[in-house]
Design a protein around this ligand. Structure first.
Ligand code: HEM
Length: 154
């Protein structure tokens, strides 16, 4: 047990748990909440979804903060040194981070109340699908990055 780096274990736990919260919540909204809400009459649906959004917004904000903090720490303090000079690793990581910002934007707009994104929420069925697809690609990139051989032990 002595040679386990518990700080890295904690960072990885935060990253994976935040990914589960953001990704799992989005999937639940796509396959269960959104289709069920369409069965309700407009007034009931709007009231119900407003309550769901105000509760889920807290999960979205916490998972974004968790993913950014654990992700940037992990990349800047640990993995970039393990993959020094490995252009493919950094290109894939850059792509993962850009896609993550797409997910952060969509998750915030879909769960938020800002008038600017009312049109986007009105088309939630499409954007929930795009969001889940992006999370699936990001998790695949995470798995590929983790499997890439390290060039130097940190
Ligand atoms: C929706 C957003 C994100 C999701 C769902 C996500 C998901 C994941 C997953 C599932 C892994 C593999 C975890 C493991 O096996 O240890 C991973 C690894 C990683 N992620 Fe993320 N992530 C997201 C955003 C970010 C962001 C914004 C950053 C950087 C700022 C980041 C940096 C990293 C790093 C450095 C690794 C470790 C890669 C390695 O082992 O070499 N992630 N991510």
């Amino acid at each position: 047990m002595d040679d386990i780096n518990f700080l890295l274990v904690a960072i990885r736990w935060v990253h994976i748990f935040a990914a589960i919260a953001a990704g799992g919540g989005g999937l639940f909204m796509l396959v269960a909440l959104h289709p069920a809400a369409q069965q309700l009459d407009e007034a009931t649906r709007d009231g119900f979804l407003a309550k769901v959004r105000s509760a889920f917004t807290k999960v979205v904000i916490l998972s974004i903060v968790g993913l950014l903090a654990s992700g940037f720490y992990n990349y800047l303090a640990v993995t970039r040194h393990q993959h020094d000079g490995q252009a493919l690793y950094h290109a894939l990581m850059g792509t993962k981070i850009l896609l993550a910002f797409g997910v952060f934007f969509l998750s915030s707009a879909l769960a938020g109340r800002s008038k600017a994104f009312e049109k986007l929420r009105a088309n939630a069925g499409l954007w929930l699908k795009v969001n889940v697809f992006l999370v699936a690609v990001i998790v695949l990139l995470g798995a590929i990055l983790r499997a890439m051989p390290q060039v130097a032990a940190s």
